[in-house]
Design a protein around this ligand. Structure first.
Ligand SMILES: Nc1nc2c(c(=O)[nH]1)N[C@H]1C(S)=C(S)[C@@H](COP(=O)(O)O)O[C@H]1N2
Ligand SMILES: [Mo]
Length: 434
């Protein structure tokens, strides 16, 4: 079949249907197909003509299956789908470092709890929930202490939000693009449905004293990690999260309770939360002075970058995948913003020369991953795939040039510039700086 003709035909079908599509800016190079075309089945090329009579009864239909299990795990055939991890302190504190969500192997928008990325400053503490306490003190009229039982008396909320480390995508700030998977580059971001108690309820009960502007949040790990948070954020949408995807928060994510600050840099989402001190000013802790600050060319550093920038990544196809035939593919990826909902994702197959709107999959939650998809015809020639997200506040994901020019070379925090995947004529994929 002539793929050239086929793709033109599909575009025509979509254009007359009036469905959510895609007006390619360059009609000679248009390779993006429409959703209606794929819905009509014209993209289905995976099935092979069948001979129904020849289908055999497989071995697993000939004996009883396995018994029930108290707690399920993925199929043994999915064993390779894992969080890769690295610790720089393997002999002293092997738990210090990070592990990454393998976005290249996942679909949808919720990260399975066992694949949520991890970032620990001194390993995962082994906390007995019966002995864990949360203290609220400082500029309050009445200091209060809670345990898991007393916290559970409060009304709870469930919210689906991402957590993203400020160091995510730091592999793209080196002089050369890292040749690794999308999870290896961008895997310090994950989404869970979090359930817990709005922190504003607890602070209102403690009574906010005059002069209160900030809080200090402290974790119960041996790093005793601490961060300052403006009181406005605490009263807006901060949560003491007790549940993750319906079950108790995992030890790696802060069991039995963590601070959740939707859309704000991962480091501030203090895990194993044990103390909230209400203050009149930021405390200037280690992690908000020597770390997580962004050095600019004038020698000054931006100290507090709280809200994370609008961002998107193509997860298929990406490094490590290989296109094994010419013809139609569905491009897909995730987009998110610390400022709110994703309103649009554009995709380019020519390194940013022309863009087409991707289809966004609902429901679209604020400060969460939004899955995007776009049918694409690969003609077997070199291409550079990019995605560009726009959020409801009008923030547009920056180019590499626009992002990096704000900082000194190699500044590796808060990186959210447009990712480029180069498809070679043989179908192999590499990370490129475009
Ligand atoms: N107490 C404590 N809280 C912590 C950390 C830590 O080491 N100790 N790491 C922080 C960092 S740097 C990030 S990016 C997030 C990571 O959350 P996760 O491990 O649940 O993905 O937790 C933050 N909260
Ligand atoms: Mo982090």
């Amino acid at each position: 079949m002539n793929t050239e003709k086929a793709s033109q035909a599909l575009i025509a079908t979509g254009e007359t249907s009036g469905e959510t599509s895609i007006a390619p800016t360059d009609t000679k190079r248009r390779r993006f197909l429409t959703r209606s075309a794929s819905v009509a089945g014209t993209l289905a090329t995976g099935g092979v003509t069948a001979n129904a009579a020849a289908q055999e009864v497989p071995a697993w239909m000939k004996s009883p299956g396995a018994p029930m299990r108290g707690y399920g795990t993925p199929s043994k055939f999915e064993e390779p789908v894992k969080r890769p991890f690295a610790s720089g302190y393997a002999t002293v504190s092997p738990g210090t470092g990070s592990s990454r969500t393998p976005h290249q192997s996942l679909e949808g928008t919720i990260t399975p709890s066992g694949l949520h990325f991890e970032r620990h400053h001194n390993g995962v503490p082994d906390i007995d929930p019966a002995k864990h306490e949360l203290l609220i003190h400082g500029l309050v009229t009445r200091p209060l202490v809670f345990n898991l039982a007393t916290l559970s008396r409060y009304p709870m909320i469930s919210r689906t939000h991402f957590v993203e480390c400020a160091g995510n995508s730091g592999a793209n700030s080196g002089p050369k693009p890292a040749q690794t998977t999308v999870g290896g580059i961008h895997g310090l971001a994950s989404v869970s449905e979090w359930t817990g108690v709005p922190l504003s309820l607890l602070l209102n009960e403690a009574g906010i004293a005059s002069g209160a502007q900030w809080v200090l949040a402290e974790g119960a790990d041996s790093a005793a990690m601490t961060r300052s948070v403006p009181l406005t954020k605490i009263m807006d949408d901060a949560m003491v999260a007790l549940y993750q995807n319906g079950e108790r928060v995992r030890p790696e994510q802060g069991y039995p309770m963590r601070l959740l600050l939707p859309g704000w840099e991962g480091n501030m989402n203090v895990k194993w939360l044990r103390r909230i001190k209400v203050t009149d000013a930021p405390t200037h802790t280690k992690d908000e002075t020597s770390k997580y600050s962004d050095l600019q060319p004038d020698g000054k550093a931006r100290q507090f970058t709280f809200e994370l920038g609008v961002k998107s990544i193509i997860t298929f196809p990406s490094f490590g995948h290989k296109l094994d035939r010419r013809g139609p593919y569905e491009l897909t990826g995730i987009a998110w913003s610390g400022a709110g909902r994703i309103s649009r994702v554009e995709v380019s197959a020519d390194g940013g020369a022309s863009w087409s709107n991707a289809n966004l999959q609902g429901p679209i939650y604020s400060k969460s991953f939004t899955r995007f998809r776009l049918p694409w015809e690969w003609t077997g020639t070199a291409a550079v795939l990019q995605s560009r997200a726009i959020d409801e506040k009008g923030n547009v994901q920056p180019t590499r040039q626009a992002f990096t020019s704000q900082y000194v070379a190699g500044m590796s925090y808060h990186n959210h510039y447009i990712q480029s995947w180069a498809i070679a004529a043989d179908g192999s994929i590499s990370n490129v700086y475009a």
